[in-house]
Design a protein around this ligand. Structure first.
Ligand code: ZN
Length: 172
């Protein structure tokens, strides 16, 4: 009988735990950084950013969009668990680039109600990163909004590209 993917994960966990020793850490990330990223399966945050166990908070959703729930997590991250820096990571080839807000209407037609959330689809990746940075910087709940930086991860090269906070002047 073939095992389900969840069964495979549980098996893998037994392997993991067999070599695991208590790292003796508390819950406060040692590098005091919270990373907000897309859930994309091609983005391995720990490998891509040289992160180790206990270094950071990773907060992920579809698109790495700064929603109220992301602000909730960031607020807890900063106020209860001592992080001071925020890194936002979106990426090339994101599934949200292929969606529009019509997705909500289609859902409504299918199931009879519109979701309360926005799809947060986008067409301009850099603009979407800037919008996310602005939402973090403007949040009244956060203690630390001076070290907020945004990046695009290229899923074909593995490289990060930083997105400047302010949109370049159209007059140039
Ligand atoms: Zn994505």
């Amino acid at each position: 009988m073939s095992s389900s993917v969840t069964d495979q994960l549980v098996d893998a966990n037994r392997q993991y735990a067999s070599g695991f020793t208590d790292p003796g850490m508390d819950a406060r990330p040692t590098r005091k950084v919270a990373i907000v990223a897309c859930m994309d399966a091609r983005l391995d945050l720990h490998s891509a950013l040289g992160l180790d166990l206990g270094d950071c908070h990773t907060i992920r959703n579809a698109g790495g969009v700064v929603t109220d729930d992301i602000i909730r997590s960031l607020t807890i991250s900063q106020r209860a668990l001592g992080t001071t820096s925020v890194v936002l990571i979106h990426h090339t080839g994101c599934g949200l680039e292929k969606l529009t807000e019509d997705f909500r209407t289609e859902l409504e037609l299918e199931v009879g109600q519109k979701p309360s959330w926005a799809v947060e689809s986008f067409t301009d990746l850099d603009q979407d990163v800037r919008q996310s940075m602005n939402r973090v910087r403007r949040s009244p709940f956060l203690l630390h909004t001076d070290d907020v930086r945004g990046f695009v991860f290229d899923v074909t090269t593995g490289l990060l590209r930083e997105v400047p906070a302010v949109s370049p002047s159209p007059c140039r």
